[in-house]
Design a protein around this ligand. Structure first.
Ligand code: COA
Length: 331
C-alpha cells in the first residue's frame, strides 16, 4: 500500500497527573521496599490520578498540548484514535468521551486495545487511514489510568504501573513521509500470562470476581519478561530491515518503559549503546499505551535529537502484542 499520499507528523504532546507515588509510599501499602523495586525494575516513582479525574481527562490534556503545538483548529481533526486498556467505561469508547471534551465533532472516534503496544498499533492505523485517502488529519492518544485497575494488595503488580497520556497529530502530505516504517506482531496463545480475567463476557463481574480482585491486572512476571526481551529485540531489527535502515540511521531508541532490566537486555542483544536509548521508567513506571509517546515528547523537549532525525519506538504488551515504528521528527 504505497500510494503517493504521505504522512506528516505535526506535533506531540503529553500530560501526567500531579500526584507522585514513590517506592517509599508503596512500602506503607504492601510488603516491599524501595531497594527491591529499584533493583528489579528501575522504577523510583509513578504518577496517580486524583479522585474525580479519569482517563479521558488525561487524554484531553495531552491532546490539547499537541493541538496547541501544532497550531491547528480542533474542528479540523477528522479522526480520533485512543489507545488504552483502562477506558473511562467499557462502552462507549474513551475516544468519544475525548471528542466531547475537545468538542471535535467533525471527527470519527474509536479506541484501540493492544495494551502496551497500543500506541504503535495506533501509528500504523493512522498511517493506513491517511495513505488510503479516507482521512486527512488524525489525533492519536495513548493513555492509561492503570491505578484504577490495579490490585493495590498485590505486590507483584502494584509496584509496576502508573498513569499518564501522550498524543501525536498526523496529517496527509504530498511531500513528507514521517512514518518511515512500521512493524506489528501478536500472539494470542499467550493471553493468560498478562490479563484482566473478569469483567467481560466470559467472566462477568460478580461479587465473587470483585472479592478475588479478578477485575485487576494479573501477570506471570517472569514469563512476560522473557518474551518481552525476545519480541522487542525482534521488532527493533525488523522495522529497520523492512526499509533497509540500520542502527547508524537511528538517532534515538524509545523502548516501552516497563522495566529497566528489559530495556537493558534489549539494548545489549541489539548491540546498541546506552546513550542512544531513552529511559524515563524511574519517573513514571509502566504507563502501558502512554509510555512511548510520553517518552518521545519528553525526549523532544530535552533536545535528545535534532529536527529531521529518525527516532525508533519499540513496544510489547498484553495479547501478547508487540511492534516498532521509525518516525522522522521534522516539526
Ligand atoms: N517486593 C518485594 N518482594 C517481591 C515483590 C515486591 N514488590 N514482588 C515479588 N516479590 C518477591 C516474590 O514473592 C518472590 O519471593 P519468593 O522468592 O519468596 O517467592 C521474589 O520477590 C522474587 O520474585 P520474582 O517474581 O521471581 O521476581 P523477578 O526477578 O521475576 O521480578 C518482576 C519480578 C515483576 C519485576 C519481573 O518479573 C518483571 O519485570 N517482569 C515483567 C513485567 C512487565 O514488565 N510487565 C509488563 C509488560 S508490558
Amino acid at each position: 500500500m504505497d500510494n503517493k499520499v504521505g504522512v506528516k507528523i505535526l506535533s506531540t504532546g503529553s500530560f501526567v497527573p500531579r500526584k507522585v507515588l514513590t517506592n517509599f509510599d508503596l512500602e506503607k501499602i504492601v510488603e516491599t521496599s524501595d531497594e527491591w523495586i529499584s533493583t528489579r525494575t528501575g522504577i523510583k516513582e509513578r504518577r496517580v490520578l486524583d479522585k474525580g479525574q479519569t482517563t479521558s481527562d488525561l487524554a484531553y490534556n495531552a491532546a490539547m498540548n499537541a493541538i496547541e503545538k501544532a497550531k491547528i483548529a480542533v474542528e479540523s481533526i477528522d479522526m480520533i484514535i485512543v489507545a488504552t486498556i483502562s477506558p473511562d467505561v467499557p462502552m462507549p469508547s474513551t475516544a468519544c468521551y475525548l471528542q466531547k471534551k475537545l468538542k471535535a465533532y467533525g471527527a470519527v472516534a474509536f479506541d484501540i486495545s493492544a495494551a502496551c503496544s497500543g500506541f504503535l498499533y495506533g501509528v500504523a492505523t493512522a498511517k493506513a487511514f491517511i495513505k488510503s485517502g479516507m482521512y486527512k488529519r488524525i489525533l492519536l492518544v495513548g493513555v492509561e489510568a492503570l491505578s484504577r485497575i490495579i490490585d493495590w494488595t498485590d505486590r507483584n503488580t502494584c509496584i509496576l504501573f502508573g498513569d499518564g497520556a501522550g498524543a501525536m497529530i498526523f496529517e496527509a502530505s504530498d511531500t513528507e513521509n514521517d512514518i518511515v516504517s512500521t512493524y506489528l506482531g501478536a500472539s494470542g496463545e499467550h493471553t493468560d500470562i498478562l490479563n484482566i480475567p473478569a469483567g467481560g463476557a466470559s467472566v462477568p463481574a460478580s461479587e465473587e470476581t470483585i472479592k478475588k480482585k479478578l477485575h485487576c491486572i494479573k501477570m506471570v512476571g517472569k514469563e512476560v519478561f522473557k518474551i518481552a526481551v525476545l519480541k522487542m529485540s525482534l521488532s527493533l531489527n525488523k522495522v529497520q530491515e523492512l526499509v533497509g535502515l540500520t542502527d547508524r540511521d537511528i538517532s534515538l531508541y524509545i523502548p516501552h518503559q516497563a522495566n529497566l532490566r528489559i530495556i537493558e537486555a534489549v539494548a545489549k542483544k541489539a548491540g546498541i549503546t546506552k546513550e542512544k536509548v531513552y529511559v524515563n521508567v524511574h519517573k513514571y513506571g509502566n504507563m502501558s499505551a502512554a509510555t512511548t509517546i510520553v517518552a518521545l515528547d519528553e525526549a523532544y523537549q530535552e533536545g535528545r535529537f535534532k529536527k529531521g532525525d529518525l527516532v525508533e519506538l519499540i513496544a510489547f504488551g498484553a495479547g501478547l502484542t508487540w511492534g516498532a515504528c521509525i518516525l522522522r521528527i521534522n516539526f
